[in-house]
Design a protein around this ligand. Structure first.
Ligand code: HSE
Length: 436
C-alpha cells in the first residue's frame, strides 16, 4: 500500500517532538498502522531557528496554507496552537478533505462544535488526544474504554505547569516566578502563561473531558475557572497539618440538577493517590457507574509525551482510512444527534466542602460570631484550628474545614464574616473534595 503522507503545521516543542517520534519509531509504527507514515512537508514561522528535531527529507515552508492545499497530503497535524489562525487552517484543511490531528485544546474547547460538524459533513476525522493531559490516553479511555458506563464524575490534575509550580513551591520553597520561568524553558507553559496559572488551560481541557464523559456540547464559557496565584505557603502548611494536600483540579460532576464544571485549587486527602501526583505529571480520576473509580497517570506536557498522543492519533486515523465513516468513533464519544442539553450549573449552585482561613482578634466571642454566621447559612463545621498570633500582630489565624454546602450560601456567609469588625482582611477560601 502507498505510504500515508503527513504535513506538520508548527515545529515547536510538540511539532519537533512529533517529528522525532514518527521518525525514530517509523518501523514499529508502520507495523501497527499497516502502512508506512511519512512526513513530507512541514511549516514553521522561522526556518532558521534551532530545533529539537532534524528536518532532513521534509520540504519546509513558512506558509502553512501551502501544506493544507497540497493534494498529496492525507493528514494535517495542527501543532501551531492559538485559535484564530489555527481555526482558519483547520477549516480549510477539512474543506480540502484532509484528516486533522491536533494538540490544540483551546481550538477544540472554543470551536470544536463547529469543527466537528464540518468534519462530519466532509467525512474526515479530527483527532485530539494530545489536547488533554499530554501523553495520557484519557480521551481514548473515556470515549472507548469506558463507553459502557454512565460517567458520574471526573477530577483531574490537567495542567502540568501549575502542578510543577505547586510542587516546587511546596517541596523546595521556591518562588512562583522562578518556577514558572523554568516551566517555560522546559516547553511546558503556554505561550501566554496566565493560561496555565489562572486555570484557563485546565478549563479548556475540562471542557473537552466533560463533553466526552457526559455527551454534551463543548461549553467553555460555562466553566468556572480559578487559578493558583492566591495559594500561600501558609495554606499549604495548614492543609498538610489537617491531612490534606492542595492540588489544582478540574472537576466535572453530573448531579440531579445539572453538570458542575469547575477548575480551582482544591484540598484533597493526602492518602488519595492523586494527591501524590507531583511535578509536571498529570492524573485524571474517572468514576463510572459500572467500573467504579479509575485513575490515569502520566506526563501532562513536554515534547515527546505530547508527541506520543499525537502519533497515536495519526495511527488511529490511518487505520480508519479504509473504514466506513458512519461507523467511526464519534468525535465527542456520543453520536452528534444524541448530544444532550443537560444544563451546566452556575458556580453558586455547586455543592462542595471548604477550607476557610481568616485573621480574627484574639478575644472572647469572636469565634462564636463566625460560627453563628455559618450556622445561619446551614454550614456545618468539620474542624477548627486556631494558631498562635503572628509576631507583632494582635490577630490570630483561624482555619476551618466545613462540610459540603451550596456555594451561594458560602459566598453569603463569607461576605458577612468579612463585615465583622473583629475579622481583618479577606477570608481565604479553598474548596475541598474527598474524591471518595
Ligand atoms: N501548558 C500545558 C500544561 C501544556 O502545562 O499542562 C500541555 O497542555
Amino acid at each position: 500500500m502507498k505510504p500515508v503522507k503527513v504535513g506538520v503545521l508548527g515545529l515547536g516543542t510538540v511539532g519537533g517532538g512529533t517529528v522525532n517520534v514518527l521518525q525514530r519509531n517509523a518501523a514499529e509504527i508502520a507495523r501497527r498502522a499497516g502502512r508506512e507514515i511519512i512526513i513530507t512537508r512541514a511549516s514553521a514561522r522561522d526556518l532558521g531557528r534551532k530545533r529539537i528535531c532534524t528536518t532532513q527529507g521534509i520540504a519546509l515552508t513558512t506558509d502553512p496554507r501551502q501544506i493544507i492545499d497540497d493534494p498529496d497530503i492525507d493528514i494535517v497535524l495542527e501543532l501551531i496552537g492559538g485559535t484564530d489562525f489555527a481555526k482558519e487552517l483547520v477549516l480549510k484543511a477539512i474543506a480540502n478533505g484532509k484528516h486533522i490531528v491536533t494538540a490544540n485544546k483551546a481550538l477544540i474547547a472554543l470551536h470544536g462544535n463547529e469543527i466537528f460538524a464540518k468534519a462530519g459533513a466532509k467525512g474526515v476525522i479530527v483527532a485530539f488526544e494530545a489536547a488533554v493531559a499530554g501523553g495520557i490516553p484519557i480521551i481514548k479511555a473515556i470515549r472507548e474504554g469506558l463507553s459502557g458506563n454512565q460517567i458520574q464524575w471526573l477530577a483531574g490534575i490537567i495542567n502540568g505547569t501549575g502542578n510543577f509550580i505547586l510542587t516546587e513551591m511546596r517541596d523546595k520553597g521556591r518562588d512562583f516566578a522562578d518556577v514558572l520561568a523554568e516551566a517555560q524553558a522546559l516547553g511546558y507553559a503556554e505561550a501566554d502563561p496566565t493560561f496555565d496559572v489562572e486555570g484557563i488551560d485546565a478549563g479548556h481541557k475540562l471542557t473537552i473531558l466533560a463533553s466526552i464523559a457526559f455527551g454534551i456540547p463543548l461549553q467553555f464559557d460555562k466553566v468556572y475557572t480559578e487559578g493558583i496565584t492566591r495559594i500561600t505557603r501558609a495554606d499549604v502548611e495548614y492543609a498538610e497539618e489537617l491531612g490534606y494536600r492542595i492540588k489544582h483540579l478540574g472537576i466535572a460532576r453530573r448531579t440531579f440538577e445539572g453538570i458542575e464544571l469547575r477548575v480551582h485549587p482544591t484540598l484533597i486527602p493526602q492518602r488519595r493517590l492523586i494527591a501524590n501526583v507531583d511535578g509536571v505529571m498529570n492524573a485524571v480520576l474517572v468514576k463510572g457507574d459500572a467500573v467504579g473509580a479509575t485513575l490515569y497517570y502520566g506526563a501532562g506536557a513536554g515534547a515527546e509525551p505530547t508527541a506520543s498522543a499525537v502519533v497515536a492519533d495519526v495511527i488511529d486515523v490511518v487505520r480508519a482510512l479504509t473504514g466506513d465513516p458512519e461507523n467511526r468513533v464519534p468525535h465527542l464519544a456520543f453520536q452528534p444527534e444524541a448530544l444532550s442539553d443537560i444544563p451546566v450549573l452556575a458556580q453558586g449552585q455547586v455543592r462542595t466542602a471548604y477550607y476557610l482561613r481568616l485573621a480574627a482578634e484574639d478575644k472572647p466571642g469572636v469565634l462564636a460570631d463566625v460560627t453563628r454566621i455559618l450556622a445561619a447559612h446551614q454550614i456545618s463545621i468539620e474542624a477548627i484550628i486556631q494558631k498562635e498570633p503572628h509576631e507583632n500582630k494582635t490577630s490570630v489565624p483561624i482555619i476551618m474545614l466545613t462540610q459540603t454546602t451550596l456555594e451561594q450560601e458560602m459566598n453569603a456567609a463569607i461576605a458577612e464574616i468579612e463585615q465583622l469588625t473583629t475579622v481583618s482582611g479577606k477570608v481565604n477560601r479553598i474548596r475541598l473534595e474527598t474524591l471518595g
